[in-house]
Design a protein around this ligand. Structure first.
Ligand SMILES: *Cc1c(COP(=O)(O)O)cnc(C)c1O
Length: 388
């Protein structure tokens, strides 16, 4: 179906931070399939795990115990300080699990029409519930009736959340991205998550963080909220978790960990041996190669270069980022930059109309990081206009 408008290129194979098209042309990937391939392409540890598992066992269903799924759950709980995990096949499904969990949590407290607070500018997926949670009219338009049970506040606006708290006794949870991804790499004020945590504690609401884009080392922490010292009740993951093998996860702790009981939720494929083996290889490689620390270090290096070369330009409104999640906001729509970068054999993204978004793989070399910076700077310096 005509759901996408792909750029005129198709890749046949990849290696590390590079992709190759059918003519043998090489492209530097500063997008990682939208924050998915954090270990780059054809990573030997991930490929080996998938190959080995494919020769052994792909799928059994959740009617039986799955050792690899249990192992992965234990590892995720260890690095995230959470207690239980539900596995899905995508980010939207991980958020669906979180939203169902929040409603059930509310019903168990005798709240009949539980409400979840979400924010403007957010992105949570394309299913009916998650597009309703998403704070972007373009994603919702035409799909009414939307799902009831959501209340919306501007992003990074505690007063708005406090006003909702004072007027809405049926709130059960807040679902928020620690950094807006699709919304334009927006980093909230330092106290935002901490203040949300406190408000959630005061009202016995669940704090649910959508770390689907920010998780798995992307921001220079395993999870973006770890920069703030707070702990969520529920956290969702997907994208970077499987390095391209579809897998999502909804993690919970405390009261949230015991909400789902047998029969309350499920998935045929979720957490099957193949996807669990891939995610385990991803997690262990990130840990072994210290890629979380590396993302933090590379991110600083790249931000400094962008600030130095682009900081003084009138057309550049702001340069922001954490780790290898970087946004450069221009004062005009600039989606043509994706095409111009492609001509320069560089893969970038433009989101929210005017924000150049970079999500390169965590395995990037210093030289590759410098290549990305110099090409992006040239493109922005010469924009609008013909690419060199
Ligand atoms: C990509 C994304 C999703 C949706 O994930 P899918 O796997 O496409 O369903 C949800 N939330 C955030 C923050 C995302 O970046």
């Amino acid at each position: 179906m005509k759901t996408y408008q792909p750029l005129p290129v198709s890749f046949t194979h990849g290696e590390g931070a590079y992709l190759f098209d059918s003519t043998g042309e090489r492209y530097l990937d500063a997008l990682s399939g939208v924050a998915v391939c954090g270990l780059g392409h054809a990573h030997p540890a991930v490929s080996a795990a998938i190959c080995t598992q494919a020769q052994r066992l792909l799928h059994t269903s959740n009617l039986y115990r799955i050792g690899l799924q249990e192992e992965l759950a234990n590892e995720l709980c260890r690095i995230a300080a959470m207690e239980r995990v539900f596995f899905s096949n995508s980010g939207a499904e991980a958020n669906e699990a979180a939203l169902k969990l929040a409603r059930l949590y509310g019903h168990r407290k005798n709240i009949e029409t539980p409400q979840v607070i979400v924010t403007e500018g957010s992105f949570h997926g394309r299913t009916l519930a998650t597009l309703t949670a998403t704070g972007n009219r373009k994603i919702q338009a035409g799909f009414e009736p939307l799902v009831p049970g959501f209340l919306r506040a501007p992003y990074d606006d505690m007063d708005a959340v406090r006003t909702i708290a004072a007027n809405s006794p049926e709130v059960v949870a807040v679902l928020v991205e620690p950094i807006l991804g699709e919304g334009g790499v927006c980093i909230p004020s330092e106290n935002y998550l901490g203040d949300l945590r406190q408000l959630c504690d005061e009202h016995s609401w669940l704090l649910m963080l959508d770390e689907i884009q920010t998780g798995m080392g992307r921001t220079g922490h395993w999870f973006a909220h770890q920069d703030t010292g707070i702990q969520p009740d529920v956290m969702t993951l997907a994208k970077g978790l499987g390095n391209g093998v579809p897998i999502g996860a909804c993690l919970a702790r405390g009261a949230a960990a015991d909400v789902f009981q047998p029969g309350n939720h499920g998935s045929t494929f979720g957490g099957n041996p193949l996807s669990a083996s891939a995610a385990l290889a991803v997690l262990r490689t990130i840990e072994k190669d210290r890629l979380v620390e590396r993302a933090a270090e590379l991110g600083k290096l790249m931000l400094a270069q962008f600030e130095q070369r682009l900081g003084g330009l009138d057309r550049v409104i702001s340069i922001r980022g954490k780790g290898l999640m970087i946004g450069i906001e221009l004062d005009c729509a600039c989606s043509e930059l994706m095409q111009q970068a492609l001509q320069r054999k560089l893969l970038i993204n433009v989101t929210a109309g005017s924000v150049v978004r970079l999500l390169p793989p965590l395995i990037l070399s210093d030289a590759q990081a410098n290549d990305i910076c110099s090409t992006v700077c040239e493109l922005i310096e010469n924009f609008p206009g013909q690419a060199a």
